[in-house]
Design a protein around this ligand. Structure first.
Ligand SMILES: Cc1cc2nc3c(=O)[nH]c(=O)nc-3n(C[C@H](O)[C@H](O)[C@H](O)COP(=O)(O)OP(=O)(O)OC[C@H]3O[C@@H](n4cnc5c(N)ncnc54)[C@H](O)[C@@H]3O)c2cc1C
Length: 392
């Protein structure tokens, strides 16, 4: 029998740590695999797509999230009173693994189901949890992430968008950029400066912004793939109610850093499974290749195997997140280059290879560029001297 609403454990029991009512990891794995396989057969599941929801999968992904919620399979480790299954983070990892095995998306989008949702669970008031979590699981709210600005990407603390306290609201002015799915989003997680007199990391606050407020203009950006996955977002005298604030005023940097850790460290064991599948597919290409191409392919396979071994050994270690992020996006880039080499002139025209060739450079930038991951690895893991900073 599937672990649906009728049989799942009561969340209050979970919080009393009455583990007897929670399915064991192995029971849950069997139930999850059966639920996913049935959803694939009935065409309710959406194919896996990575971190950013592409426009052509928008409808199937929206359907899949709603389907999971209605069947009692959304928010595996979120409390039941907010619509989740009330299970543990270990069960959630199993859900991700089973989705990776079936090559199915584990949720509607990272921005809502991981970044916004986990931030609200960690830092939200009871009212904010009540207001946002269940509608997010039911896919009534699609979220976007409003962090980067034209002058603040790698140096995020340099952001200039301002939110000035004004009675029981904040007056928002400024601009964001590269905001994935902002053209579809009902809410955004937003970082804005609330105090110009404090050091730059300290005067920032974190908000849950209603994208329907007057004064918000969203302009999709056309990418070289031809799609528009991300946008510029402009704010002109937007009145944000004070209950949009998540956490304390001027304490937004800490809230945001936890969000970025979720974003960079998310792959874990499920990432190993997806990577293993990609490597198998790649290895199949090795028949009938000349020496030069075989050497290139072997080089990529070796890097992939090294990443796989690292993630198997240290997957849950947050210290490994920048290494995994760096190796994964660089590997994706090399794979796309090799695929286009194998494809020949066709790669310059229109094929799956073309799409990947044009898309993969962005993965070396999204969620923190490869150069920035190298800096983090040098400073935090290898203990090299810190990069010189401009004085504030
Ligand atoms: C596909 C995609 C989706 C994205 N989605 C979102 C989103 O939904 N929301 C959001 O807020 N942002 C999003 N971003 C933005 C992303 O987080 C930023 O692009 C990224 O952090 C880099 O910032 P930047 O573009 O301003 O480049 P910059 O910071 O200006 O960097 C320019 C170049 O200089 C290098 N560089 C900068 N500083 C250093 C340094 N100290 N040492 C060495 N090299 C350095 C960088 O590596 C880069 O090559 C997305 C980006 C992409 C590509």
């Amino acid at each position: 029998m599937l672990c649906n609403k009728r049989v799942r454990p009561n969340v209050s029991q979970y919080y009393l740590l009455n583990m007897q009512d929670i399915p064991s990891i192995e029971e849950f794995r069997t139930q999850a695999a059966a639920f996913i396989a049935a959803a694939v057969r009935s065409n309710d599941a959406c194919p896996a797509y990575g971190a950013i929801l592409p426009p052509h999968l928008h409808k199937p992904a929206m359907h899949w999230q709603r389907f999971c919620f209605e069947e009692g399979w959304a928010g595996v480790h979120w409390p039941e009173k907010y619509g989740g299954m009330g299970l543990t983070p270990a069960h959630n990892i199993v859900w991700h693994e089973e989705c990776a095995i079936a090559e199915v998306a584990p949720y509607l989008n990272l921005q809502g189901l991981v970044l916004a949702g986990e931030a609200i669970l960690r830092s939200g008031t009871p009212q904010q949890r009540e207001r946002f979590l269940r509608p997010t699981l039911r896919n009534e709210i699609l979220w976007c992430q409003l962090f980067s600005e034209p002058g603040a990407g790698s140096d995020l603390a340099g952001l200039q968008t301002s939110a000035v306290a004004d009675g029981d609201q904040f007056l928002l002015n400024g601009q964001k950029v590269w905001s994935s799915n902002a053209q579809f989003a009902q809410f955004g997680i937003l970082m804005a400066r609330t105090d110009n007199d404090q050091p730059k990391h300290k005067g920032i606050s974190f908000f849950l912004l209603d994208m329907a407020l007057e004064g918000i203009e969203v302009r999709p950006i056309k990418q070289m793939t031809g799609d528009s996955e991300f946008c510029e977002v402009f704010f002109t005298d937007v009145s944000m109610p004070s209950d949009s604030l998540l956490g304390e005023v001027n304490e937004g940097w800490g809230v945001a850093m936890a969000v970025l850790e979720d974003e960079r460290g998310g792959a874990g064991a499920a990432g190993v499974i997806s990577l293993g599948k990609r490597l198998e597919t790649m290895a199949e290409k090795s028949t009938a290749l000349d020496d030069v191409r075989t050497e290139k392919l072997t080089g990529i396979l070796n890097r992939g195997k090294a990443l796989q071994a690292l993630m198997e050994r240290r997957g849950g270690d947050p210290l490994i997140a920048p290494v995994a992020k760096l190796m994964n996006s660089e590997l994706g880039y090399s794979e796309a280059q090799l695929d286009s080499l194998l494809q020949g002139a066709e790669a310059m025209l229109h094929s799956d290879t073309t799409e990947n060739l044009l898309y993969s450079p962005g993965m070396r930038i999204a969620g923190g560029s490869s150069e920035i991951q190298r800096n983090i690895i040098g400073e935090r893991i290898l203990g090299l001297p810190r990069e010189p900073q401009r004085s504030e």
